[in-house]
Ligand binder design. Structure first.
Ligand SMILES: [Zn+2]
Length: 68
């Protein structure tokens, strides 16, 4: 998937949420219109996979949504 050019200076976070390591300029993506960073592309891809799953569930049958 082609990615827009992202700048690490625009990232809303400075450390990887998975590992706590500093984010890397080659491991950025966009979430809810904001640039977010990870320590390596693997962490980024794991995040993207998770958000895609949740987005699909929310848009679809809501199978992961627990009823209050
Ligand atoms: Zn990481």
């Amino acid at each position: 998937m082609p990615r827009p050019s992202l700048d690490i200076l625009d990232a809303v976070n400075s450390t990887c949420p998975w590992s706590g390591e500093p984010i890397s300029p080659d491991s950025l993506t966009v979430y809810r219109g904001q640039t977010v960073g990870f320590c390596n592309p693997g962490c980024r891809d794991k995040f993207e996979a998770a958000t895609l799953l949740f987005d699909a569930a929310i848009a679809g049958q809501g199978e992961v949504v627990a009823k209050a």
